[in-house]
Design a binder for this molecule. Structure first.
Ligand SMILES: Cc1cc2nc3c(=O)[nH]c(=O)nc-3n(C[C@H](O)[C@H](O)[C@H](O)COP(=O)(O)OP(=O)(O)OC[C@H]3O[C@@H](n4cnc5c(N)ncnc54)[C@H](O)[C@@H]3O)c2cc1C
Length: 462
């Protein structure tokens, strides 16, 4: 068990996993680094600057002495946890949690980790509300909730302590930056497709096929054809899809139990999206940031307020870094409520019917997103519209194949690793610890791939 938790901690900390996976496959993406993002709706607009001093300077200039003291102390007590874990590369992970590669190549780092207090393996609650530490400053509590929410879809106290420790370490270390892949997120996918070759896009797997008795995977059914697996099947479909994918198969008792748990995995709320193309004539692009966090109803308050309905909104403004994304004279922006929109409000509108009513609801709910874009661009934002698309949780569910439009599983519902009761069937993606986010899912993908080869071959790969 200790080893399993240890692996979990390392996986949380390996935020550089996507780059590592690309490096190992001999692939590359043009990363554009940037050092700050804008925060709006928390008093005067401010920039969250990464690196050693940026955030501290903000706390000093706004007179938040208590927040500063508590922030420094939090970083101090979580530093060992984050630092020692970050020394072990993601490629040492295996979905079956076999610790041999770790023992053979990373023993000193392992000892470093084992010397950390084991409380770091659980949720961050004890670092927020005692007994390890108590954050008493209301502003800092709200900020930590907001930070955690974008990471895990839940507030800070319920987010894994190891994940929070790593974020506190990584964002505020010397040289800390953010990375934007030129061309957008699709460029990572394009590069992977180019490098791997033989990738079939836009094809639905109808079934995962098991050998007689249900103990080993045979392959997948796609478009009525069985594609046989040579080594195994790695599945990153969200966990709630798995029971349906195995529906017609003979199952062992162990697998049936596993699928019952999978079906009941708790999940976070949904998304509301606003994509716009705006006429950029006269806009001072140098004054705009690549992205913003906007608090529509303000930052400070209890957790329910910070992560509550439509409060925290992300505005992505990539043309600042990548002007070629949009046609000359225009910019594109994406504003979205990240995991704080209830699916229930929308469920009744499935299957067509009253189109006018549905469109009216979309407009009504997306008002907060328009307000955010106005905060960024100025009050004339709506008069600049060239194109506008509102996406509801139903849109999110449909296009991203996301159960009830969810952001992902809550941390308490994550699978500890990608192992399943079926030999050769391995899971990865955001339903597996450490959960939501591209770095995490790249890491579970690497662990799943390693799980299909011997530890000896794994050690030779990095
Ligand atoms: C708006 C938004 C912004 C985000 N911003 C960030 C960010 O800045 N940084 C960050 O790290 N993370 C971000 N995330 C989170 C991140 O995108 C996800 O956590 C991550 O993509 C999850 O990866 P995954 O492989 O588990 O699932 P997915 O990306 O959902 O991939 C699963 C795939 O499986 C496919 N699928 C499902 N069923 C089948 C089937 N039967 N046959 C074939 N295919 C199937 C789905 O269509 C889907 O393409 C963001 C998410 C959203 C929605």
């Amino acid at each position: 068990m200790a080893i399993l938790l240890l692996l979990a901690l390392i996986m949380t900390s390996s935020s550089w996993a996507p780059g590592l996976v690309l490096d190992i496959c001999g692939l590359s993406v043009d990363w554009v680094p940037y050092e700050s993002w804008g925060v709006l709706g928390d008093g005067e607009p401010w920039d969250l600057r990464l690196g050693l001093t940026g955030f501290r300077d903000h706390l000093i200039s706004t007179g938040r002495t208590r927040a500063l003291e508590e922030f420094d102390e939090l970083r101090r007590i979580t530093l060992g946890l984050a630092e020692s874990a970050s020394k072990i590369p993601a490629m040492a992970m295996r979905s079956d949690s076999n610790p041999v590669p770790l023992f053979l190549r990373h023993l000193p780092e392992l000892f470093g980790l084992l010397s950390q207090p084991d409380q770091g393996m659980g949720p961050f609650g004890p670092y927020m509300n005692g007994p390890i530490f108590e954050v008493t400053d209301p502003w800092l509590r709200s900020w930590l909730d907001a930070l955690a929410f974008s990471l895990s879809g839940v507030e800070a106290a319920d987010t894994p302590a190891s994940a929070m420790a790593y974020v506190l370490f990584d964002m505020h270390r010397e040289g800390g930056t953010l990375d934007y892949p030129r061309g957008g997120m699709g460029s990572i996918v394009d590069e992977l497709v180019r490098g791997i070759g033989g990738v079939e896009l836009r094809k639905k797997v109808d079934e995962i096929v098991l050998e007689e008795g249900g103990e080993r995977v045979e392959g997948v059914m796609v478009g009525g054809q069985l594609v046989r697996a040579k080594e195994g099947v790695i599945c990153n479909a969200p966990i709630w899809e798995l029971p349906g994918l195995l529906e017609g198969q003979t199952k062992t008792e162990e697998l049936s139990d596993f699928l019952e748990v999978a079906k009941a995995t708790p999940f976070t709320r949904s998304y509301l999206h606003l994509h716009v193309v705006l006429n950029s004539t006269g806009l001072d692009m140098s004054s705009l940031r690549p992205h913003y966090t906007v608090f529509d109803k303000g930052l400070v308050g209890d957790s329910e307020h910070v992560v509550g309905d439509s409060n925290m909104i992300a505005v992505s403004n990539p043309c600042v870094l990548d002007p070629d994304l949009s046609e000359d004279g225009t910019i594109m922006m994406h504003a979205y409520c990240c995991g704080n929109e209830d699916y229930d409000i929308w469920e009744g509108w499935q299957g067509g019917g009253d189109r006018v009513g549905y469109e009216a609801l979309k407009r009504e709910r997306a008002e907060c997103l328009w307000r955010s874009i106005e905060k960024v661009v100025g009050e004339d934002a709506r008069s600049r519209v060239v194109a506008e698309y509102i996406g509801s949780p139903l849109t999110h569910r449909r296009f991203l194949t996301r159960h009830k439009g969810t952001y992902g599983a809550t941390p308490s519902g994550l699978l500890k690793n990608g192992d399943t009761p079926v030999e050769g069937l391995v899971l990865c993606g955001d339903s597996v610890f450490p959960g939501i986010g591209v770095p995490s899912v790249a890491l579970t993908g690497a662990a799943a791939a390693n799980g299909l080869v011997t530890w000896w071959k794994q050690l030779q790969s990095y």
